[in-house]
Design a binder for this molecule. Structure first.
Ligand SMILES: Nc1nc2c(ncn2[C@@H]2O[C@H](COP(=O)(O)OP(=O)(O)OP(=O)(O)O)[C@@H](O)[C@H]2O)c(=O)[nH]1
Ligand SMILES: [Mg+2]
Length: 190
């Protein structure tokens, strides 16, 4: 028997969702961590048991929404990503947040906000304060700024994701034993 927790990266197209996940994945030597094209699965040790964390990388183009939305209810952590050099991607967070909330029990979920591309300082159009304001406005649990080019804060982001999932699992009080650690061919949600 195995149990998984699903984490979804969501945001406008080209904000860097795939790049952030790829950066995290490529920096790891752990053989338990592997990726498919659209779903990264990694395993954490809960002491006497293991837990699979599946990270869904979703496409930001609107045309894919109908294919992605059915997967919202399967996720408990949502990572909303915008691009600090492209204001419409911040504006889109409100829209995406609303759709997600229409499809999940929000009190059972965690919502994180990520301002990506901090390496592009000269092109920045969304300030850190605006990101903080958005996090507060939407009552999200975390705001962090990242770069998938320099890798800044990506480890921290995934540490928080992992710890959040671990805590949620422990609160549930159901730790689960996996039969093995074999990579599983996951299918993209989209
Ligand atoms: N300078 C800079 N470029 C980035 C960063 N993250 C991603 N990019 C670039 O932004 C472009 C889009 O990145 P993706 O990771 O494909 O974006 P995405 O959010 O997955 O896009 P969709 O899959 O279309 O929704 C690529 O050219 C990346 O190289 C970053 O932190 N800094
Ligand atoms: Mg992508």
């Amino acid at each position: 028997m195995s149990e998984r927790v699903n984490v979804m990266f969501i945001g406008d197209t080209a904000v860097g969702k795939t790049s952030l996940i790829d950066y995290f994945n490529s920096g790891k030597q752990d053989p338990l961590i592997y990726s498919t094209t659209d779903v990264l699965t990694y395993t954490i040790n809960l002491g006497s048991s293991l837990l699979n964390i599946r990270v869904f990388d979703t496409p930001g183009q609107k045309i894919f929404e109908p294919k992605v939305i059915p997967f919202y209810p399967t996720c408990t952590v949502f990572v909303f990503v915008y691009d600090k050099t492209y204001r419409p991607s911040l504006d889109k967070i409100d829209y995406l947040y609303e759709i997600v909330n229409d499809h999940v029990h929000s009190e059972a979920c965690e919502f994180f906000l990520v301002g990506n591309k901090i390496d592009e300082r000269e092109k920045e159009v969304v300030s850190t304060q605006e990101g903080l304001n958005k996090k507060k406005q939407l009552n999200m649990q975390l705001f962090i700024e990242t770069s998938a080019v320099t890798g800044e804060n990506i480890d921290t982001l995934f540490k928080v994701i992992t710890e959040t999932v671990r805590k949620k699992q422990e609160e549930k009080g159901s730790t689960v034993f996996l039969k093995d650690h074999q990579p599983e061919k996951s299918k993209c949600p989209c």
